[in-house]
Design a protein around this ligand. Structure first.
Ligand code: TMP
Ligand code: ZN
Length: 394
């Protein structure tokens, strides 16, 4: 673990506390046994008052997080698969990818679910994925996969895809430099990440965890990109992960779309401290309201889905197995394990269906529509509860 005394983007030393989520284990470090030993690290978000990047105050070594047992498989959600397939179609036509010469890199392409749709339309499509568990799955899906972290390469690409991965690097400047070095002069980079403005506005404090070293905005990224000759020329707003941005970045374009100009002014509020203060205050309220709800429930409740963000939330609330009996999740690799910190057991979805519980806490609130439409017909009496941005019984 490493204390970060300076801003990952601009190197500035003026960092202010945004929120202190206490001592927590890494969010994706699911335990093999209820009594496994685990190490806790401070989980605190700070912001740079120079460039306005939000980042964690303490780094957990990324090799410890994205290890051979990394349990996050992107292919578990139908909505996410539809999102990536739509992206692939768009990219093939918008960037004029060609079977005889285009080279594509995807950084942290997980189990290869996106490149699968692109690989037959280009000469080479490579998934650069450091976590062996998911890299093996990608390889098995027929996608060329290099099991390593993103770094400068011999081969340059026409398109570099960085979906929900840039927050995962402690060495942000090294990452952006490699983006620039690995891009052909007329190439394009697309970068997706949850928008920090949405995170703050919607009180998504549970998406803060050790795997996410930084929380991005256009405001913080533009000067960093400029340092490496890169420019944002377009942006899409996406509903994924609670509210994300997709930036279109290149070396050669000097124009920008009205959407970029509008976003820059929309992000003005990121420069004042009140938005951060209000966020921390409301996060605290979420915790208090949820604990009150739990204390009023007659029996331990159960939860559905075991996403990493659920662990931030439960550990921040300080709950345990006497309050939440189990969490059901469809991911086979998670079943039979225990949530880090709270040590709540993870079971198969069938166990939840058999129990017919009165209340089910939905931890992956971002999939609540998909989940409720799936479970409601099977559990007509059950009430579904989400805790973020505020307690809601659905
Ligand atoms: P994510 O929000 O990070 O994609 O994680 C979603 C988690 O929820 C993942 O562990 C899979 C799980 N899940 C289910 O168990 N059932 C579902 O219907 C959905 C959509 C997700
Ligand atoms: Zn900075």
């Amino acid at each position: 673990m490493n204390f970060m005394a300076e801003c990952r983007a601009c190197g500035g030393k003026h960092l202010e506390l945004v929120i202190n989520l206490g001592l927590q284990p890494p969010s994706n470090a699911y335990l093999n046994a209820a009594n496994s030993l685990e190490t806790l690290y401070p989980l605190r978000a700070v912001r740079c008052t120079d460039c306005h990047l939000m980042q964690l105050s303490h780094d957990v070594d990324s090799k410890q997080i994205f290890n051979a047992d990394y349990a996050y498989f992107s292919s578990n959600s139908k909505e996410w698969l539809a999102h990536t397939e739509a992206y692939a179609k768009m990219a093939i036509s918008k960037f004029g990818l060609r079977r005889d010469r285009s080279v594509v890199y995807e950084i942290g392409g997980n189990d290869g679910h996106l490149l699968k749709h692109i690989k037959d339309h280009v000469i080479r499509a490579v998934n650069i994925e450091p976590s062996k568990s998911v890299a093996d799955a990608s390889h098995a899906a027929g996608v060329e996969t290099w099991c390593e972290f993103w770094k400068p390469q011999q081969m340059r690409a026409d398109l570099i895809i960085a979906n929900n991965v840039m927050a995962h690097t402690p060495d942000l400047r090294g990452f952006v430099k490699a983006l620039s070095l690995n891009l052909k002069p007329y190439g394009v980079i697309t970068i997706e990440f949850p928008h920090v403005l949405t995170l703050l506005d919607n009180i998504e404090f549970d998406t803060i965890y050790h795997e996410h070293y930084s929380y991005f905005s256009l405001t913080a990224l533009e000067p960093l990109f400029a340092k490496y000759g890169l420019r944002v020329y377009d942006v899409d707003k996406l509903p994924t992960h609670g509210g994300s941005l997709r930036l279109y970045v290149s070396k050669f374009r000097s124009d920008e779309t009205p959407a970029v100009t509008a976003l820059r002014s929309e992000e003005h509020s990121l420069k004042s401290h009140w938005i951060y203060d209000l966020f921390a205050h409301k996060a605290h309220r979420c915790k208090e309201d949820f604990l009150t709800f739990l204390s009023e429930c007659p029996a331990p409740i159960v939860a559905y889905t075991a996403p990493a963000k659920g662990n931030t939330f439960l550990n921040y609330c300080g709950v345990n197995r006497s309050q939440i009996k189990f969490v059901a999740d469809t991911t086979l690799a998670k079943q039979g394990k225990f949530l880090p910190g709270t040590r709540i057991p993870i079971v198969a979805e069938q166990e939840l269906l058999d129990l017919r519980p009165e209340y089910v806490l939905l931890l992956a609130w971002n999939w609540k529509h998909e989940i409720i439409s799936k479970l409601r017909p099977l559990l007509p009496e059950t009430k579904f509860v989400t805790a973020i941005p505020h307690l809601e019984v659905l």
